[in-house]
Design a protein around this ligand. Structure first.
Ligand SMILES: [Zn+2]
Length: 238
């Protein structure tokens, strides 16, 4: 009888299960959903620079980026230009789509969902990058949740890749960005309007250095990580 009452082995793997390398070769058409100018570079800039030579990358800037009144007048236009400059350095040359939602006060509306659904129809991405569902910035988490609901009904999206900004993600995949770290740093430095408001460069690269511990190669110095889910499951990822 013993075999019938034997407990199943626990499913937690033995040892330290580190996230595997993300296979970039599957990306064909990529959409990056960025709540604010700089999220695209902070969250996945090193990875975008590696995808740019072979994938079509489109970027959606969801808010107007005006800092909700905390930045000088005209900051929205300045920051959009800085974002375009940063993306150009990363190898992304397509025009940015701007939804101009209020910065710091994004709310999920049928209008947002409709516009995103129309953009997905137009871009037909098979990969979508977006901020983490539990990011501590309300624009980030609200945009992620609203977007996931739209993506769950979209056709053709194989992967949703959540990137980290204010809140680290539970990493499922890692990208060694040692080769593109310099261009990521240069792209980040394009965001001149916000840089005096926080030590974003050191914070971002400190995190990237820590994430490099997931890469088996001792040569790796910087890495980006993502929580990767299917479009159908992305709303349930957190
Ligand atoms: Zn942001």
């Amino acid at each position: 009888m013993l075999k019938f009452i034997k407990r199943r082995a626990p499913e937690v793997p033995a040892g330290n299960a580190l996230p595997p390398a993300l296979d970039l070769s599957g990306a064909q058409r990529v959409l990056v959903i960025a709540p604010h100018p700089d999220d695209e570079t902070l969250g996945c800039g090193g990875t975008l620079a590696q995808l740019a030579p072979f994938a079509e990358i489109s970027v959606l800037l969801v808010t107007n980026g005006d800092g909700a009144g905390d930045l000088p007048e005209g900051a929205s236009d300045t920051r959009k230009a800085e974002m375009a400059e940063a993306l150009k350095l990363l190898g992304v040359n397509r025009p940015i789509t701007c939804f101009d939602e209020p910065d710091g006060a994004f709310t999920d509306t049928p209008a947002y969902r409709k516009r995103l659904a129309a953009l997905l129809e137009q871009v037909k991405p098979n990969w979508v990058f977006m901020p983490w569902l539990l990011d501590s910035h309300s624009d980030h988490s609200r945009i992620a949740r609203a977007s996931c609901d739209v993506l769950a009904r979209a056709k053709g999206v194989d992967k949703v890749l959540f990137y980290e900004i204010w809140t680290p993600v539970p990493a499922t995949h890692v990208v060694d960005i040692t080769a593109t770290a310099l261009v990521k740093r240069q792209a980040l430095l394009c965001h001149r309007t916000v840089l005096p408001h926080g030590n974003y460069v050191d914070a971002s690269f400190g995190l990237a250095q820590y994430r490099a511990i997931y890469v088996p190669s001792r040569e790796a110095r910087f890495a980006e990580v993502f929580t990767v889910r299917s479009a159908a499951d992305c709303a349930k990822a957190a």
